[in-house]
Design a binder for this molecule. Structure first.
Ligand code: ACO
Length: 429
């Protein structure tokens, strides 16, 4: 197979190298096109056809519904691994041996506390502040308390990464307590990662919450399945900010803001709002499907469709099963699960969704699991952020260690006014 592509612009031909990834993905390398063609660039709004980098972290085959972290299938990790082990795998590239796993786990335990002064920042927020706004601000504020780790280089990454992964749960739980007017519950060093988070969320000074193991396992799985998804909007944001040599805390804080959007991490909240609206009779399943198909309406079937997956999102399959197992084990019932199943069936049998390859994505079932655990809807995207953090850190590291990386700076096709004169105010219409 030829390893060059030929591009013809007017009468001029350009030979462009083709690069190939380890799974056979091919890309036309246009890095020299603008220079060679004296100004011609490519146009790809939304970057659906653009490879922004080479990466070793996560492989997705959207046509076949494949997702692998560092080569390991997500199904295998979901069955055999844990969120913190997956975090290690993503950031450092290999599964930890026993000594490495223990050391990582101890570092996570040692770093769970926030600096006492950092707690005061919560008082500056109104009681009903959106948790994602607080999360982003508090992660950025960590730079102020760990100046030595706010360097734009990867030398102290192990310390910065473990601090961030550990403290993010404390920040999330404290923000929840703040909005409820309840006292902060400090992390308990004898608890594992997820059960410690649930303790900080739901314990009260006079009443300690003990999460049933199946609940902690379900949440662990939700976090693990969100841990990375290659060049999605928030990860690309982290990489872009990192390319300017911004520190880990500020790069991740920017990723949190990107994740907040309704079309990205915010979709898990939107799914529940949509299902609630069906339950309350504001919408019927039929109406929902009709509206989603109507090009005059901006309604979308939330939790459906994906830029990359044109087949089942493998994470949605695992989460649907996790959801059913959890509900059976804790004898929980939620009418939203029945509505979700019906809606899924209606959409999967509708030609609009079939022709466009629109399937449930990770957000379709994650919200129902989080609800069963007791996480309030406005914290769903925060849970996504806690899960995605190891991926963001792994990508930040990759950017920092790539000596050929340049600051990310796309170009544009300018379509505004051509040169024109300034009009004094008294002459303006
Ligand atoms: N409901 C109805 N129609 C949809 C949906 C949907 N959820 N998703 C895509 N479509 C339609 C589009 O209108 C388009 O139709 P057309 O070809 O007639 O114009 C076609 O399917 C192709 O969709 P695109 O808009 O090209 O898909 P894109 O890759 O740009 O968007 C996205 C992907 C943002 C995920 C989209 O499917 C969506 O908005 N889904 C709902 C929100 C959601 O669940 N987001 C979570 C994504 S997963 C994550 O971030 C973790």
């Amino acid at each position: 197979m030829t390893n060059t592509a030929t591009m013809k612009i007017a009468d001029q031909e350009y030979s462009l190298p083709i690069i190939e990834g380890t799974e056979g993905e091919r890309a036309v390398d246009i890095t020299k096109l603008r220079n060679q063609s004296k100004g011609c660039i490519t146009y790809d709004p939304g970057f659906g056809n653009t490879g922004a980098c080479k990466s070793d972290i996560t492989f997705i085959d959207g046509e076949k519904g494949i997702l692998r972290y560092r080569g390991i299938p997500i199904e295998e990790l979901a069955e055999k691994s844990t969120f913190t082990e997956v975090a290690y795998l993503l950031i450092w590239g290999e599964l930890p041996n026993e000594a490495q796993r223990k050391a990582f786990s101890e570092l996570l335990t040692d770093n769970a506390l926030l600096h006492e002064n950092l707690k005061n920042h919560f008082e500056g927020f109104p009681w009903n502040a959106p948790p994602m706004a607080m999360l982003s601000a508090m992660i950025n504020a960590l730079s102020c308390y760990h100046l030595e780790l706010a360097a734009p280089c990867a030398i102290l990454l192990e310390e910065a990464a473990t601090k961030l992964i550990s403290k993010v749960r404390t920040i999330a739980a404290f923000s929840y307590k703040m909005t409820r007017g309840e006292p902060f519950i400090y992390p308990d060093p004898n608890r594992r990662y997820v059960s410690n988070f649930l303790h900080m969320m739901f314990s009260l000074p006079h009443d300690t919450y003990e999460a049933p193991p199946i609940v902690a396992q379900a949440l662990d799985k939700v976090l693990m399945l969100h841990a990375d998804h290659e060049q999605n909007c928030s990860t690309s944001t982290v990489r872009m900010v990192a390319s300017a040599e911004a520190n880990l805390f500020s790069s991740v804080s920017a990723g949190v803001c990107a994740l907040w959007g309704r079309l990205h991490g915010g979709a898990n909240m939107a799914v529940i709002e949509m299902l609630e609206s069906i339950r309350e009779g504001g919408l019927s399943i039929k109406k929902c499907v009709e509206l989603a198909k109507d090009k005059n309406s901006d309604f979308k079937l939330m939790g459906f469709g994906h830029r990359v997956y044109k087949n089942f999102d493998p994470r949605a399959i695992i989460l649907r099963k996790t959801c059913e197992e959890l509900f059976a084990a804790i004898k929980h019932q939620d009418p939203l699960l029945d509505i979700a199943r019906e809606l899924e069936e209606a959409a999967l049998n509708d030609s609009y969704f079939v022709e466009r390859n629109l399937y449930p994505n990770v957000d379709f079932y994650s919200g129902i699991i989080l609800r069963a655990i007791g996480i309030p809807t406005n914290m769903f995207t925060v849970m996504f952020a806690i899960g995605r953090l190891p991926g963001w850190i792994a990508h930040w590291r990759e950017v920092n260690e790539d000596t050929s990386m340049r600051i990310a700076r796309p170009r544009q096709i300018y379509c505004g006014y051509q040169k024109r004169a300034y009009v004094p105010i008294e002459q303006r219409p």
